[in-house]
Design a protein around this ligand. Structure first.
Ligand code: DQA
Length: 158
């Protein structure tokens, strides 16, 4: 893992990764996930990134392979930290876990819903033990809190 950037040298570059079906936010099960669209979430992330003086790139993929390709693209110091909502792959994908372990980019796991208060199959995350921490249950705010958390941690360690 390359050394984290600070305000004093190159800007921090943070990836925000959204997994399957999150492109449907706003219309998908609004009682669980709220009415905020992914476009609105990403726009609010860009505002907070500007406030924190970091660069951010947001992307969403439905496919496991596409998500793995996105994670692999973080290598060689291109991305310093990440906010990851792998959606249903959180609970099933050893391949995503392996990709996150391989790149060793520090990340915060986020979920809109409180996965620990949901069906048993959603209560376990295959990614959590690799993450710095998890933020869940705050709707779209989970992402914003996640961004502040990863930037705070990277700056603390700089
Ligand atoms: C989710 C929770 C997952 O269990 C679910 O499959 C999702 C969204 C969340 O953000 O609450 O798609 O990751």
């Amino acid at each position: 893992m390359s050394a984290p950037a600070t305000r004093r040298d190159t800007p921090l570059r943070i990836a925000v990764l959204h997994g399957p079906n999150l492109n449907l936010l706003g219309e998908r099960e609004p009682a669980i996930y709220g009415r905020t669209t992914l476009t609105q979430i990403d726009a609010s992330i860009v505002v907070i990134a500007a406030e924190l003086d970091v660069q951010v790139e947001c992307c969403q993929h439905n496919g496991e392979g596409q998500l793995i390709d996105a994670i692999q693209s973080w290598r060689a110091g291109r991305i310093h930290g990440a906010v990851v909502n792998a959606a249903a792959y959180t609970h099933t994908s050893l391949a995503l876990r392996d990709a996150l372990a391989a790149v060793a980019v520090p990340f915060v796991e986020v979920h809109l819903s409180n996965i620990h208060a949901r069906e048993p199959e959603r209560r376990h995350s295959l990614l959590a033990s690799l993450a710095i921490g998890m933020i869940c249950g705050f709707g779209a705010d989970s992402y914003r809190l996640g961004l502040r958390a990863i930037v705070g941690r990277l700056r603390e360690n700089a």
